[in-house]
Design a protein around this ligand. Structure first.
Ligand code: PLP
Length: 402
């Protein structure tokens, strides 16, 4: 029956990990995957997650019944509060919906699928940044949304191309959909400043564009959960309706548990209920009910003041180690007098650095040095530690010079 089926290409990031895992060279480094690593290069189970684990194991009332289609109530409520802030006017006005999804990807999918069916402007395009997270385009195209791009990265300044971004927003058809990274932009590590967000919101509002925020790194950009929610809260304060896809993969280290949420800020409570009902209907047909475990860990922490502050400490441990690695890398490239300007390494934020290394340079890093990173030069700074950062800097110095 399936003789004519062609093999699909492997996912680039996961394929990189498979190649790195099979590499027996002792100094190999995996800088591809966006997952936090400790100073020992190991996965990190957050201490607060371990505590929540124990609480759940000891809870005699827990069972394995289905969750409601929209997910666990406390998880949904706390997720919306986490991103919008406890004092959000939209929350007080009861016009915020929340749908527990299969992590950030599932939340993006649920939002995009809803937009593909119910967005009032038929054929409206969804704009994504150039560059962006590799899964955005296939996910959006998968639900049938036309995908266009807006400039984001300025290679000359190794910073934000604000002018290009605003121009694209201005010239897009009224009522287009814009997928914006809420913080710690993947892959560039470059976020707009508050004043730049104001300019972006001005155009979004004037052109009646719809904002879909992707928030996969709350707490990872600055180490502060409220600060990292700035853009979303600012847009909501301005009265904009929007969606936010939230992931707990990175900030809770719950990668495999697939805990995520779609927060929906609607115009009225009644519209919010209708949107939730449509997403529930669609979710029932695709996953039926979301998984419980990750959401229980998250809601256990978010509903307990003491655990919440421990989580904040765990987040700063991760964020600070990454910031420190950026500095060590920058200092070493400076000491080596590696040609070029490297200040973007310390200026960029979050888990990733868009190094500016070219695809041919990346090829040499892989083949000669067994260092694995994306062809576009993105590295996960979390993959660096005090034992391998000098080796990495030496290798970069070599490929840049030769
Ligand atoms: N959005 C962005 C920008 C990401 O970087 C990621 C994961 O790397 C996701 C969404 C998806 O996250 P999750 O693993 O929670 O599905």
């Amino acid at each position: 029956v399936f003789e004519d089926v062609k093999a699909a290409p492997a996912d680039v990031i996961f394929a990189l990990t498979t190649i790195c895992d099979a590499d027996t060279f002792d100094k190999k480094i995996n800088l591809g995957v966006g997952a936090y690593r400790t100073e020992e290069g190991k996965p990190y189970v957050l201490p607060v997650v371990k505590k929540a684990d124990h609480i759940l194991v000891d809870d005699k009332n827990l069972d394995h019944e289905y969750l409601p289609i929209l997910g666990q109530k406390a998880f949904r409520k706390e997720s919306a509060k986490l991103i919008l802030g406890a004092s959000s006017k939209a929350l007080a006005e009861d016009r915020v919906g929340a749908i527990q999804c299969i992590s950030g990807t599932g939340a993006l999918y649920a939002g995009a699928h809803f937009l593909s069916k119910h967005y009032p402007i038929k054929g409206a395009a969804c704009y994504i940044s150039t560059p962006t997270y590799a899964n955005h385009r296939p996910l959006l195209e998968g639900v049938g949304l036309p995908v266009l791009e807006y400039p984001y990265w300025n290679p000359a300044t190794k910073g934000l191309d604000l002018e290009g971004m605003l121009n694209a927003m201005q010239s897009a058809a009224n009522g287009s959909i814009f997928l914006l990274h809420a913080c710690a932009h993947n892959p560039t590590g470059v976020d707009p400043t508050p004043d730049q967000w104001r300019q972006i919101a001005d155009v979004m509002e004037a052109k009646s564009h719809f904002t879909f925020f992707d928030c996969a790194y709350q707490g990872f950009a600055s180490g502060n959960l409220d600060k990292d929610a700035y853009a979303v809260r600012y847009f909501v304060e301005r009265g904009l309706e929007l969606f936010v896809a939230q992931s707990y993969s990175k900030n809770f280290g719950l990668y495999s548990e697939r805990a995520g949420n779609l927060t929906v800020v609607a115009k009225t409570p009644e519209i919010k209920d209708r949107i939730e009902s449509q997403i529930a209907k669609a979710q029932r047909a695709v996953i039926s009910n979301p998984p419980a475990y990750g959401s229980r860990i998250v809601s256990t922490v978010l509903t307990d003041k003491k655990l919440y502050s421990e989580w904040e400490q765990n987040l700063s441990t991760m964020a600070n180690r990454i910031i420190h690695m950026r500095k060590v890398l920058f200092d070493e490239l400076t000491r080596l007098e590696t040609p070029g300007k490297w200040s973007h390494i310390v200026d960029q934020i979050g888990m990733f650095s868009f190094t500016g290394l070219t695809t041919p340079q990346v090829k040499v890093l892989k083949e000669k040095y067994h260092i694995y990173l994306l062809d576009n030069g993105r590295i996960s700074v979390a993959g660096l530690n005090s034992k391998n950062v000098m080796y990495f800097a030496q290798a970069v110095d070599d490929v840049v010079r030769n």
